[in-house]
Design a protein. Sequence first.
Length: 135
Amino acid sequence: MVLNELGFIPSKAENDIWMRSRSNHYEYIACYVDDLAIVSQNPQGIIDKFKNPYNFKLKGTGPIAYHPGANFQRDQDGILCISPSKYIDRMIELYLRLFGTKPKTIYSSALEKGGHPELDTSLNLILKESKCINQ
């Protein structure tokens, strides 16, 4: 496979995420059928390898704006943000067609307001982290 030849290996957690180590960072490629999302300090270098010697016909290369199920945009600080807004809009359209009304908006986020999940030290989380690290 081409990704193997380029030195990428599949993630143990998700085999559609490929990665390779560089001197000071990792590069990632997310694969979904025939769509690729490349995360790299030099994505053009990877794109060039796909084009020559492998002769892949690539279209829509450039900064990521959409990958199946998610929109991408940069915030005011230049940080890349992901949002499932296009996917949610499609679900709302389908709901409207099926039931003739829009669904009620109860929550705007799955996270608690003011919550800090990164600080969670509950026993369940510690056990899950331990299993992930030991695999």
